[in-house]
Design a protein around this ligand. Structure first.
Ligand code: OGA
Ligand code: MN
Length: 279
């Protein structure tokens, strides 16, 4: 029996598709015990996304489980559990969530992006609102060798203001300045992880490839995003209340599918500190 098969059996896990996603059917007590943490981390790095169908974590349980996955990271304003919702009474900064409708990884503006994130569903959308994930390890691995060579060593400028134009094409000048203040960062197109694996670094924060003609740069960024988000690399999660979905933020991108902005859709998010910068 291979290690991978042994892990699947220990976790009562089933693969969702060939290249991304597993479902884990352990009960809550087993997850909270921490006993399976190493197996879950191994599975997550390999599969990108783990779904715990209707596990029904309370906030305290979600926090406790997240702590078994790494060093717990609170939000900038100190919340341990973050409300993902467009309802202003539950999230005053919900404006920023408009960018989550486009492919991205979390915290790429930070020195070290976040490691693992967990969403749990509290209120369902009336329509739309799946969360989609793509496997950026698999997307890199399956690139033709020629293309791997072509992008080796290339770097792109990333900023929050770039994503602003996805959802607000004609922002006020004041709004643009506010987003520019968040900063920008140059990142490689290919992340060489300590493990030796490589993943693509793309998303709606990527503005241009350094030292490349603008048309060629846009062409390359769009082509790679289009490649990385083709159906074989993607898992689309349709929420049931109580589901928990955990993703490896270092080897995936994700996005919310459009949903009724007034429907009260609510997810609770927790996360861990990343363990390595993007290099
Ligand atoms: C996030 C995020 C997507 C969603 O929580 O970081 O991007 O489906 N969420 O709401
Ligand atoms: Mn996100």
């Amino acid at each position: 029996m291979t290690t991978a098969t042994a892990t699947l059996e220990a976790l009562h896990a089933t693969d969702i598709s060939l290249l991304i996603g597993s479902k884990v059917h352990l009960d809550k007590a087993a997850l909270l015990s921490g006993e399976y943490a190493a197996d879950l981390r191994e599975l997550l790095e390999r599969r990108g996304v783990i779904v715990f169908p209707q596990i029904n974590f309370s906030d305290e349980e979600q926090i406790a489980f997240t702590r078994t996955m790494g060093r717990f990271l609170t939000e900038m304003e100190g919340q341990e559990v973050y409300n993902i919702t467009l309802d202003k009474s539950l999230n005053q900064k919900s404006e920023y969530l408009k960018g989550s409708l486009y492919w991205h990884a979390d915290g790429t503006m930070n020195k070290v992006p976040i490691g693992v994130a967990i969403l749990t569903s509290k209120v369902l959308p009336t329509w739309g609102g799946n969360t989609e994930f793509c496997n950026t390890y698999a997307a890199y691995d399956l690139l033709p060798e020629e293309e791997k060579k072509q992008i080796e060593g290339l770097r792109a400028m990333h900023s929050a203001w770039t994503s602003l134009f996805y959802y607000e094409p004609e922002p006020s000048y004041a709004k643009l300045e506010e987003m520019i203040r968040i900063g920008e960062v140059e990142l490689p197109l290919v992340w060489k992880h300590r493990s030796g694996r490589k993943s693509l670094v793309l998303g709606c924060t990527a503005h241009h490839v350094i030292d490349m003609n603008p048309t060629q740069s846009t062409r390359l960024l769009v082509r790679l995003r289009d490649w990385a988000t083709q159906p074989r690399f993607v898992y689309s999660h349709e929420w049931s209340v109580g589901d928990a979905v955990m993703w490896d933020n270092t080897g995936t991108m994700h996005r919310a599918m459009p949903y009724d902005p007034d429907c009260g859709r609510l997810l609770h998010r927790t996360k861990t500190e990343g363990e390595e910068p993007i290099v």
